[in-house]
Ligand binder design. Sequence first.
Ligand SMILES: Cc1ncc(COP(=O)(O)O)c(C=O)c1O
Length: 547
Amino acid sequence: MPPVTTESQGKGTQRGITGGKASCRGSPRAGAHTGEGRPLGAPRCPATMCELYCKQDTLALRRKHIGPSCKVFFAADPIKIVRAQRQYMFDEKGEQYLDCINNVAHVGHCHPEVLKAALKQMELLNTNSRFLHDNIVEYAKRLSATLPEKLSVCYFTNSGSEANDLALRLARQFRGHQDVITLDHAYHGHLSSLIEISPYKFGKGKDVKKEFVHVAPTPDTYRGKYREDHADPASAYADEVKKIIEEAHEGGRKIAAFIAESMQSCGGQIIPPAGYFQKVAEYVHQAEGVFIADEVQVGFGRVGKHFWSFQMHGEDFVPDIVTMGKPMGNGHPVACVVTTKEIAEAFSSSGMEYFNTYGGNPVSSAIGLAVLDVIENEDLQGNATRVGNYLTELLNKQKAKHTLIGDIRGIGLFIGIDLVKDGQSRTPATAEAQHVIYKMKEKRVLLSADGPHRNVLKIKPPMCFTEEDAKFMVDQLDEILTVLEEAMGAQTESLVSDNTLCRTKMPKEACLELLSEGAPDQKENPSQKRNGLRTDKHSLLSKRLKT
Ligand SMILES: Cc1ncc(COP(=O)(O)O)c(C=O)c1O
């Protein structure tokens, strides 16, 4: 794996750590104590220089004091990360991991410009937005400038969930209706109001779908109801939404909003076919509802050519409300809802104040502004296009080589690898995906598997990901798939059962976890082609864990 060097990143100045086994490796930390009340001098294991507790004690304390539904990555063998820089994370022993999944550390872990902005503002003032302050208005102005003109009014929040909850309130107040259309397998946040509209959650738990929620099929042209061989999948999927609206009306119900991620992340890295959103927006508007685009995962230039993923669908598509979060603060909790003046005025007409103690505070806004600057100054959108195309090209070569790879889909640095047991039936290779992510972890590459069948390897790294990183990642994947396919006897035994895999080649941890859960071809990215969303070749253009 390419070690972190002291070279600067792009035009930025991230530096300061040395490669491989770095400074935090060492003897027990002075003053370190044990978990569970054992006296100093009788540790279960020694903590290193960068730990308060040794890993075993951290785990024990976590089990004791943190709610059991708060899961960790690689539950059967969790990683303890003590620091990170750019696209690399380091465990307590100084082992370097290539981070392919962290879309929150958008401009790179611990980016110095972001840190500088945070510190500078923290030394001066942090307070709520009831006082006049320049940062919040400057940030709102800058964000609005990235969006179509009509999206000009911002409400700042602290998380994507808060943003989506507020978006629902705006829509319901604006239209006076209650019902929401959501996509199958969607996830929009952890608040009660969002679990209700997240089939990814309520479909798995004991919660039942509420009567005001309507679930439309995911516009997935690889595995969904209408596929790439359909003459017009965009219209076919949009007609499903139309049908839902008509049925709701027949039942005396009215639609307040349609909500969708511009590209579905947890649902399996799904890119809707071109034209789908336009048609849906038309039907939803006819029904007097509003269109909410959830850009919490996929915004801020991840797709390369465009700043917002919904913009890939063309200038004739403009949502009424856009929600954003994760990458905004590069790890600092800041999120936002942007809407039209008309919707904002309707919300205000209720007479109820909207107050959010931390939303848009001077520190969060300063950090948000620094993130925008870094994206621009380091041309991270250009990087997403270049590295994303290169990575997609490498992965498509792997697809030609490995029968386990059914589909490679993605745009910019948002890519999914759909693993299948056989290409014909597209049967999801769930156990194999778990095997791969654990094996990749052994090779110090962090990946996760998601989608309704947990068979889609998700790639959404910090935007400073390099071609060298891409090559390294793909080489490791190639080795793992080669060994796995050989073990499986790919041609004849492609229907090997999960248990067989567990008994044979699967890492013990992956097996436990599974059983316990019940480019250069810029022109021809197959999924973009399939979905009609080609990018201009010359332009710059688990599991249930989300990051
Ligand atoms: C698409 C989407 N929307 C909203 C959220 C909720 O964001 P948060 O976890 O910041 O509340 C998430 C989180 O994973 C998400 O993936």
